[in-house]
Design a protein around this ligand. Structure first.
Ligand code: SAH
Ligand code: SF4
Length: 365
């Protein structure tokens, strides 16, 4: 089987070049052709010698996951369903706004962490995505969007922000996610700043510490409950990594974070975690941590057993947080008509469940 060069970051490509007897600077050329120029055809890489191009064609490919479907909602939100083999699909969502364009990327097929309100969690875990499958989502979206992008007020390129908020728990696919992050940040590849790349985690504490050391990008932590008793139910990994320890990890993370706050995500579930008393408890919980709160109206799916909080409940909850001085945003729902949502994304190509998309762009800052 051919080597897929999308699996390599700068270091990996340098290793690959050494193996085929090429000088290290070839790795940088390749990196630029692949990720900056979005080029998949070795023959088009005009500053590589013909002999090298032939060698590459024989030994390697540049192959992102294949597109199964591509939908754009009236509000511009665009969703790709990509095949990763064996009937499995993953989703990638693009959310354009005036001053930024955010790409929401998946890290696994399914998820092992089984959060009660998450459709991806309901599907169980299938497998980790490879680097080529993770970065391939960005490679593909960037290529397609660049072809039609005309410089809009406020930004010069289609994708300015990345959020790892698609299917899966990024921090349980650590090595592949970090290699992909390296490529997102590399000036010879996508050149994004650390502040504009966000990893969202349900709170895998040891991996949060490793991320802080290896590649401290912006961090969003899925809280969803103001105390351990409720969080144990909603986010079962809390039984292993409870709130007090999680908040400690957030404080440590802040010492290296590119932003001076952590984003806490809080899905609003009717009658479960949306009372004024729970808002007050949440204020006490996060009191000592520089943070922003992002309230996410629950996106329903069949047999979820949960309902979305009413607009009134959401605004009452938000008011309590804001009055206590916490910066709080409520996520808008976008692209409903094309059916895509974090927590509701397709695990199987054959899954035709209707989904609604909610905007994740606020978190991307
Ligand atoms: N596994 C990571 C990232 C992917 S999920 C995490 O849990 O953080 C991205 C976000 O979507 C998380 O905050 C998650 O809790 C939230 N989410 C999951 N299911 C949802 C649903 N049905 N409605 C709204 N948000 C949901
Ligand atoms: Fe996994 Fe995140 Fe869904 Fe929980 S919310 S099951 S961690 S994808």
């Amino acid at each position: 089987m051919s080597i897929n060069l999308l699996d390599f970051d700068a270091k990996g490509l340098a290793g690959f070049c050494a193996k085929i007897g090429e000088k290290p600077f070839r790795a940088r050329q390749l990196l630029r052709w692949i990720h900056r120029a979005g080029e998949a055809d070795f023959d088009a890489m005009s500053d590589l010698a013909k002999g090298l191009r032939e060698k590459l064609s024989a030994a390697a490919v540049i192959e992102p996951p294949k597109v199964i479907s591509d939908h754009t909602a009236p509000d511009g939100t665009r969703k790709w369903l990509l095949s990763v083999g064996a009937g499995n699909g993953i989703e990638t969502v693009y959310i354009p706004e005036t001053s930024r364009g955010t790409l929401c990327i998946s890290s696994q097929v399914g998820c092992a962490l089984a959060c009660a309100f998450c459709s991806t969690g309901r599907q169980g875990f299938n497998r980790n995505l490879t680097v080529a499958e993770i970065i391939g989502q960005l490679w593909w979206a960037n290529k397609v969007l660049t072809e039609t992008f005309t410089s809009e007020a406020g930004r010069e390129r289609p994708i300015t922000n990345i959020v790892m908020m698609g299917m899966g728990e990024p921090l349980t696919n650590f090595e592949n996610v970090v290699t992909s992050l390296d490529l997102m940040l590399d000036d010879n590849a996508y050149g994004l700043s650390r502040r504009r790349v966000t990893v969202s985690t349900s709170g895998i504490i040891p991996a949060m510490d490793r991320l802080r050391e290896r590649c401290p990008v912006a961090l969003a932590v899925s809280l969803h409950a103001p105390n351990d008793a409720l969080r144990d139910q909603l986010v079962p990994i809390n039984r292993k990594y409870p709130l007090r320890e999680l908040l400690g990890a957030c404080e440590r993370y802040l010492q290296s974070a590119p932003r001076d706050f952590i984003t806490f995500e809080y899905v609003m579930l009717d009658g479960v975690n949306d009372s004024v008393a729970q808002a007050r408890e949440l204020v006490q919980l996060v009191r000592n941590i520089p943070c922003k709160l992002n309230l996410i109206p629950f996106n329903p799916f069949p047999d979820s057993g949960f309902k979305r909080s009413s607009a009134n409940a959401v605004s009452r909850f938000r008011d309590v947080l804001m009055e206590a001085g916490l910066v709080t945003t409520v996520r808008k729902t976008r692209g409903d008509d094309i059916a895509a949502a974090c927590g509701q994304l397709a695990g199987k190509v054959l899954d035709k469940t209707r989904r609604a998309h909610r905007s994740i762009a606020e978190t991307a800052g």
